[in-house]
Design a protein around this ligand. Structure first.
Ligand SMILES: Nc1ncnc2c1ncn2[C@@H]1O[C@H](COP(=O)(O)OP(=O)(O)OP(=O)(O)O)[C@@H](O)[C@H]1O
Length: 318
């Protein structure tokens, strides 16, 4: 059933478990055609949010909808949304094919679809093997196959890379990206940005049940102020020259270099030249998304990248 918008909309979603606020006023949307990463550290509220989206937990407040409807109002949910949550119950004595056939019957799709999805996830040759003997990675693939049975428009996966080896992760990345390119909606959760960085186009980053960043990954990268790391012959002279030119965000690194924010390496090199300072090494720092993610989710910062630490005058620095 692909007649809906494929849009996931979470609005002011809140879940209270007794004294614990698992999710607090969370809002974001996930559009079809791209892979969105739902990110946050352990305990941030990701699984609870996904469970509310999938109708498994009742929100204390707010709404979570797919195609504009809460899960329980979707006509044939198995054909609209396929989901893999962390805990998977597989009957160990059942073969992969039979496991899928049971689910196929439950959502009203033909048995042949079981072999179709086994092929899609690379388990075609293991179709008759008992699931009890599957590796964690194989179980992840089987869980994904189960989610794909109804050829759903929306795919929701909780920590799908868990247990996959590097080859499996690369395969999953390609699979999810091509699934999204077919116009489907793909939402995957992870507690590691680095794990999904190459897979996702958009990110929703949450911490303590609240949204910390929501938008294209590229925008997150650009929000990080880049720094120029420079090893001059005379730290004081270069710092003085830069400050005289209005550059204030200068920091001395423990390794003896200067880190200069808000300028490019050419500007720093030109300043050094004018001040008669030699440069022994200069580089523009790569955006460290993992560090940014940590800052966003550690609860200390309430928005984008924090401003760099101000240059501290030391010793005889002017
Ligand atoms: N059924 C429940 N009863 C009580 N507290 C719960 C329940 N489910 C979740 N919580 C609490 O809600 C908070 C959010 O948990 P949740 O599992 O949603 O986080 P998560 O981001 O998925 O974490 P992880 O990455 O570890 O899976 C945690 O403090 C958790 O202990």
């Amino acid at each position: 059933m692909h007649d809906g918008s494929g849009l996931i909309a979470v609005q002011n979603l809140t879940k209270q478990f007794g004294p614990v606020t698992a999710v607090q006023n969370l809002s974001f949307t996930v559009s079809p055609g791209s892979v969105t990463g739902f990110l946050g550290p352990n305990g941030a509220g990701k699984t609870t949010t996904l469970r509310m989206l999938l109708g498994l937990v009742k929100p204390t407040g707010g709404t979570a909808t797919i195609n504009g409807r809460p899960f329980h109002q979707l006509g044939q949910p198995g054909r609209v949304v396929g989901a893999v949550l962390e805990a998977q119950g597989f009957h160990p004595a059942r073969s992969a094919r039979n496991h899928l056939r049971v689910y196929a019957a439950a959502i009203g799709v033909p048995d042949a679809q079981a072999d179709q999805v086994l092929g899609l996830v690379g388990l075609g040759s293991a179709a008759d093997r008992k699931v009890g003997g599957f590796s964690l990675g194989m179980k992840q693939r089987l869980a994904l196959a189960t989610a794909l049975l109804g050829d759903p428009q929306v795919l929701v996966l909780d920590e799908p890379a868990n247990g996959l080896d590097p080859e499996g992760i690369a395969w999953l990345r390609t699979f999810l990206q091509s699934y999204a390119r077919m116009g489907r909606t793909v939402l995957i959760s992870s507690h590691l940005l680095a794990e999904v960085e190459q897979t996702v186009d958009q990110v929703v980053i949450i911490s303590r049940g609240q949204t910390m960043f929501y938008g294209p990954l590229e925008q997150l990268r650009q929000s990080q102020q880049r720094r120029v790391l420079v090893q001059p012959s005379d730290l004081n002279a270069l710092a003085t020259a830069l400050r005289a030119e209005g550059v204030q965000a200068i920091e001395q690194l423990p390794d003896g270099r200067l880190a200069v924010s808000g300028v490019d390496s050419k500007q720093v090199a030109d300043s050094a030249l004018r001040a008669g300072v030699s440069i022994y090494g200069i580089q523009e720092e790569q955006v460290d998304l993992e560090r940014l993610f940590f800052q966003l989710t550690s609860g200390q910062y309430a928005g984008y990248a924090p401003a760099p630490a101000p240059f501290k005058q030391q010793g005889g620095w002017a």
